[in-house]
Design a protein around this ligand. Structure first.
Ligand code: GDD
Ligand code: MG
Length: 357
């Protein structure tokens, strides 16, 4: 048996624009709720029991995934009364694990899209006899992540969360193998950060903490822009997931969507059920939720259009988030991270971003 825990609480403030503009449901990413991709990848790596450690809207997960049977997994759910932090969330679910003290337990951050070889990470853990093995990846700017320097043997020498001036580009990629015993050692019933307390504490007592470094596809989808990019990468097959529904060309069009013959879809766009795209419209690398309407000639790029929202004739959306049921009149131009609230109505030709020169 291989067990895993996924931490899916502490809803990141950076994703708040999405949850404020869409209804209380798990927002689909490449046609299925984001976490489905992680669960399917865990299953493919041999995980047969997974505990979802949640602190926020836990019922959304249980309603969607039930006992996990559909995914070939057994799922357990544990909800914190108040968020316990990444470490506290793990300790809070240890009584649900069946693994013995020396067994490895996989841990996943719930907002990471990764193509890394989970089996190889487990094998590294076993081969090195480490107490914890961290998946690491390299990024251009490490400031938003945990910086993890290693020695030439791949042994972790420090864990430095969110440094203003990073000491390395090697970062914590948010997937760990823990020896079960280490999880039991986390103090119970209190807020604990695995990044700021558990990992530095292990290193301070000389524990072997091992790196599994690779250069596979990796993305933290914790912002609306990254969420859209992740969805597109899944549709295009750049991010591997067994849970992506069948894709036709460069777009994923779910059953029931209607697309005009001369509309252009591409860049990994994803169209939910009952979406309508009018003549001459273009949809590039965006997520259109169920029932969204894109009228004639509108151009949508790298944006999220909420369920039932309407984008008027000839409007242009670029890196925008449009809330559920909002109406964007004709001839508007919305760019650069703009958020339109749920149900808001924008008149025809109300907003433009064009330069005046
Ligand atoms: N159950 C539970 N309870 N889950 C939590 C809690 C909590 O109190 N706090 C955070 N989580 C979950 C989040 O839902 C997410 O899936 C994961 O833990 C990481 O939390 P984030 O808030 O997304 O952290 P981050 O992105 O700033 O940083 C983390 O991920 C980076 C990689 O993307 C850290 O682990 C960094 O070290 C890492 O580099
Ligand atoms: Mg995150």
């Amino acid at each position: 048996m291989t067990e895993a825990i996924m931490v899916v609480g502490g809803l990141g403030t950076r994703l708040r624009p999405l949850t404020e503009t869409t209804p209380k449901a798990l927002i689909p990413c490449a046609g299925v709720p984001f976490v489905t991709h992680l669960l399917a990848r865990a299953r493919a790596a041999g995980v047969d029991h997974l505990v979802l450690a949640t602190s926020y809207q836990a019922e959304l997960f249980s309603r969607e995934f039930g006992d996990g049977g559909k995914l070939g997994l057994e799922l357990s759910y544990v909800t914190e009364e108040s968020p316990l932090g990444t470490g506290g969330a793990l300790r809070n679910v240890t009584d649900r694990l069946r693994s013995g003290p020396d067994d490895p337990v996989l841990v996943f951050n719930g907002d990471i899209l990764s193509g890394h070889d989970i089996g190889a990470q487990l094998a590294t853990h076993r081969a090195t006899g480490a107490e914890v093995t961290l998946h690491l990846t390299e990024v251009a700017d490490a400031r938003a992540y945990g910086c993890v320097p290693t020695d030439p043997s791949g042994r972790v020498t420090a864990f430095l969360e969110k440094l203003p001036e990073p000491v390395t580009n090697q970062i914590n990629a948010g997937c760990y193998v823990f020896g079960r015993r280490v999880l039991d050692e986390i103090p119970a019933g209190q807020v604990v950060s695995v990044e700021r307390e558990t990992f530095p504490g292990l290193l301070a007592r000389g524990a072997r903490v091992q790196a599994y470094l690779d250069s596979a596809y990796w993305l933290d989808v914790g912002t609306p822009a990254a969420f859209v990019r992740g969805s597109a990468d899944l549709v295009l097959g750049r991010a591997p997931s067994p849970a992506v529904p069948p894709v036709d060309g460069e777009a994923l069009v779910l059953p029931g969507a209607q697309v005009a013959a001369d509309a252009k879809l591409g860049g990994g766009a994803c169209l939910g059920t009952r979406v309508r795209v009018g003549a001459g419209a273009q949809v590039d690398g965006s997520v259109l939720l169920d029932g969204a309407v894109v009228e004639e000639g509108a151009v949508i790029r790298a944006s999220i259009v909420g369920a039932g929202a309407r984008i008027g004739r000839g409007s242009v959306l670029d890196e925008a988030v449009v809330g559920t049921g909002a109406v964007i009149g004709a001839g508007n131009e919305l760019r650069s991270g703009v958020r339109v609230w749920t149900g808001a109505v924008l008149a025809d030709r109300a907003i433009r971003f064009s330069s005046d020169v």
